[in-house]
Write a protein that binds this ligand. Structure first.
Ligand SMILES: NC(=O)c1ccc[n+]([C@@H]2O[C@H](COP(=O)([O-])OP(=O)(O)OC[C@H]3O[C@@H](n4cnc5c(N)ncnc54)[C@H](OP(=O)(O)O)[C@@H]3O)[C@@H](O)[C@H]2O)c1
Length: 333
């Protein structure tokens, strides 16, 4: 191992302004952990944009290496479960927020947080998925554990053209579900159909606070990336014994609903947390995604960028101008 590694390092000045620069950082500055990974790829999530631009005070100590997700090869390990050369992926655990993340050619973490790359996935494709793809897999797994099946009717995905939504549409379609994609962007209709959506509705159809506590039973289940009045609205339209996976809050974090969908229709509202999800379940869900998702579809939603483009991508994602999943080559394969 060399004495230094290349990283995008964030520093905070006396006025609490956060700025980033590519630097050669001493390996001895890496955080504690029993596995050191040579990072091949990272990806840019909305949270990364916030961290890189000092928004939301997610980072407590500087200098800081961002990067919520990374994939790479084990360089050194004192953890019996990992040996040098193992290909691994990391999402969540607050890496890239409260501890150094994947925007450096080396990263160090506790081995329990790593998942061995499942058969069928490559390092680059695991970052096409990243937290967004893993979360979509977790949502599908949660709904199926609640009893949904392709035969029971339509499954709604809101915020469908976003990262979680796109993978959710493709995964559900690949499993034989009839997917209704809700989007606010008409230019994504062809893209969503190609991912496997059977039909598309405008997000405005669901965005208003519902006027009645129950409406017609339209969907057997939903993966909701929007929250707020959209979640309140769709809950009134879920069929008897249906289930809703609450994933996101792009439309707001307050939900005003009645208990009637739960009491009269047995609807389940199921929370999804990808960050602290236990390791065993992570491994199972990553394998399920690798076995189910058509890789051509994953390739269609992702685009790869050079490490130097990272700061621009961090700004673009906050403006909502990054389409699909942005992969960043840190060290490469
Ligand atoms: N629970 C977890 O563990 C977890 C993990 C990852 C992400 N998340 C959350 O899940 C959500 C989706 O994440 P993502 O990575 O897919 O984000 P994303 O790529 O930014 O996509 C979000 C999508 O939401 C829709 N949207 C945006 N603003 C909206 C608004 N004001 N009203 C209604 N819809 C709106 C858009 O879809 P259309 O253009 O198609 O309408 C957008 O593409 C976020 O809230 C994120 O914080 C949660």
């Amino acid at each position: 191992m060399t004495d230094t590694f290349r990283a995008y390092l964030l520093r905070e000045d006396a006025d609490r302004k956060v700025t980033g620069a590519f630097e050669d950082v001493p390996v001895t500055d890496l955080p504690d952990g029993d596995v050191t990974v040579r990072v091949a790829y990272t990806t840019v999530n909305y949270k990364d944009g916030m961290v890189m631009n000092g928004i939301g005070r997610l980072v407590r100590t500087y200098p800081h290496v961002p990067g919520v997700d990374f994939s790479g090869t084990v360089e050194a390990s004192s953890n019996p479960s990992f040996t040098p050369g193992d290909e691994v992926v990391l999402t969540g655990w607050r890496v890239g927020e409260v501890r150094w993340g994947g925007c450096g050619t080396l990263a160090r973490v506790p081995g329990e947080w790593l998942v061995k790359l499942p058969e069928g996935l490559t390092l680059v494709r695991s970052m096409a998925l990243g937290t967004a793809g893993f979360t979509a897999g977790l949502a599908v797994d949660t709904l199926e554990a609640a009893g949904i099946t392709p035969e029971r009717g339509e499954v709604l995905v809101t915020g469908a053209s976003g990262g979680v939504g796109s993978v959710a549409v493709a995964l559900l379609a690949a499993k034989g579900y009839t997917v209704v994609a809700s989007t606010g962007r008409s230019e994504t209709h062809v893209y969503l159909k190609e991912l496997g959506a059977a039909s598309i509705i405008d997000r405005a159809e669901l965005s208003e606070q519902p006027k009645r506590p129950l409406a017609g039973e339209r969907f057997q289940a939903a993966i909701d990336n929007v929250g707020g009045s959209t979640l309140a609205n769709l809950l009134t339209q879920v069929a008897y014994n249906g289930a809703v996976a609450a994933v996101g809050l792009t439309g707001g974090n307050e939900v005003t609903t009645t208990v009637l969908p739960f009491l009269l229709r047995g609807v389940s509202l199921l929370g999804i947390d990808s960050v602290m999800c236990p390791s065993e379940r992570r491994e199972r869900v990553w394998k399920a995604i690798a076995n189910t998702l058509p890789m051509a579809k994953l390739d269609a939603i992702s685009h790869t960028h050079a490490f130097e483009e990272l700061p621009d991508l961090g700004r673009s994602i906050l403006k909502g101008t990054v389409q699909g999943r942005a992969i960043v080559t840190v060290g490469g394969d």
